[in-house]
Design a protein around this ligand. Structure first.
Ligand code: HEC
Ligand code: HEC
Length: 341
């Protein structure tokens, strides 16, 4: 009796072992998997940018960033295979497309409000979930049956199973490395270079009450990440209603998230609806075009600004010259951010 029980156990273990082997050989990727051991990735940000917070549930790794970069340039992310993130977010145009209102991808790891009207709130991971699921409606079977991706997901996340969350996490890791901090402005702030007299004048208009830009386009990110009504309209319809379309509170009419001004010199249309075609027009808006409404940001009409900024022609030129110092060619040509294929 005792003996046969022992044999029974051995037999059962053998059956299990054979079954396990068979399962493994069916999926030849799993038999060849290396140990899961991702390498931590240190996000290096210049000294004049704040320290970036990374959520503990999605630590940045070399493998995760690489996978995110692959996916960013991957047309299979689109159900019809026709476009990737990089089709619209083009590196040498500042990760936007000239002539559109596509938002540039720069220093997004610092944000907690996304899209022009600030609709998506929370982590970069949640913004990426939205992009992958709602915007792209990615069909994951195409990535799952691809010769390379299951292994890349395994190396980044310890599983070959591909889903929206892992795509979003990898993209978030890559986006956290898309940081600009080496424009002429940055180098000036770090005392590594001088600005021209015009640019210096523009800098002081921007960063003092004279132009009063810095309250929203704050150092060194050039954005406070928050939403404001800057007086583009006094009556609000459709998309121009801004965060009102999300909150349905009248206090939010016309509120949009302060955009970064990094690489602004590359753009040729401005604002959420691309209503301005030049930096001169933008500056003139702030100088003399602010429209009043109950939700107008109080900063726009504080005591010295009730009748506009009263900038001279020279002031406006200087302000524009300063804005052009925000172009960061190191970032625009950073080979770690380009198509890895
Ligand atoms: C067809 C063009 C197009 C493609 C392709 C595209 N985007 Fe965008 N993206 C936009 C537009 C337009 C906006 C601004 C939308 C808005 O605010 O209403 C935007 C905004 C964003 C934002 C918000 C940025 C911010 O600062 O708030 C993120 C993040 C983003 N896209 C990521 C991605 C990712 C990741 C992909 C690929 C999965 C992708 N996008 C593909 C056009 C595109
Ligand atoms: C009260 C906050 C606030 C102040 C002050 C402010 N801005 Fe803005 N800025 C914004 C917001 C919000 C937007 C986006 C508005 C929209 O699209 O509806 C914006 C948009 C811009 C844009 C267009 C960016 C793009 O990508 O289209 C430029 C350029 C700009 N601001 C420059 C300036 C300058 C120069 C000053 C100072 C003269 C200034 N801003 C003052 C909040 C502000």
């Amino acid at each position: 009796m005792k003996l046969s029980f022992k044999y029974f156990i051995i037999l059962v273990s053998l059956v299990i072992a054979v079954a396990a082997c068979k399962k493994k050989t069916q999926d030849n990727i799993t038999t060849e998997l290396p140990p899961f051991n991702p390498t931590p990735y240190v996000i290096e940000t210049p000294s004049n940018l704040p320290k970036m917070e990374v959520p503990s549930y999605n630590p940045t790794t070399v493998e995760g960033v690489y996978l995110g970069r692959k996916l960013y340039y991957e047309k299979l992310m689109h159900p019809q295979g026709t476009s990737s993130c990089s089709s619209c977010h083009i590196q040498n145009e500042g990760f936007t497309t000239r002539g559109t209102n596509i938002i540039s991808h720069v220093n997004l790891g610092y944000h907690s409000k996304f899209l022009w009207n600030g609709e998506i709130r929370g982590s970069l991971e949640s913004a990426m979930m939205f992009e992958v699921e709602e915007f792209f409606k990615t069909d994951f079977t195409k990535l799952q049956t691809h010769s390379l991706y299951p292994l890349l997901f395994y190396k980044a996340f310890g599983t070959t199973k591909i889903d929206a969350q892992k795509c979003a996490f990898a993209l978030a890791q890559f986006l956290r490395t898309m940081n600009s901090g080496n424009s002429k402005f940055d180098r000036f702030v770090r005392h590594e270079t001088m600005l021209s007299p015009e640019e210096t004048e523009g800098f002081s208009i921007f960063f003092t009450e004279k132009g009063d830009c810095f309250h929203c386009h704050s150092m060194s990110l050039t954005t406070d990440g928050d939403i404001h009504n800057i007086g583009l309209d006094s009556v609000f319809n459709g998309v121009n209603a801004g965060y009102y379309n999300v909150s349905h509170s009248a206090a939010d009419y016309g509120k949009f998230r302060t955009p970064t001004l990094r690489n602004i010199g590359l753009k040729n249309t401005f604002m959420h609806d691309s209503r301005f075609q030049s930096l001169e027009e933008v500056i003139e808006h702030y100088n003399s075009g602010v429209k009043h409404s109950p939700s107008l940001d109080p900063i726009m009409t504080k005591p010295s600004k009730q009748f506009g900024l009263n900038l001279t022609q020279q002031d406006k030129q200087n302000l524009k010259a300063f804005l052009l110092t925000l172009t960061d060619s190191t970032f625009l040509n950073n080979s770690n951010l380009s198509d890895p294929n």
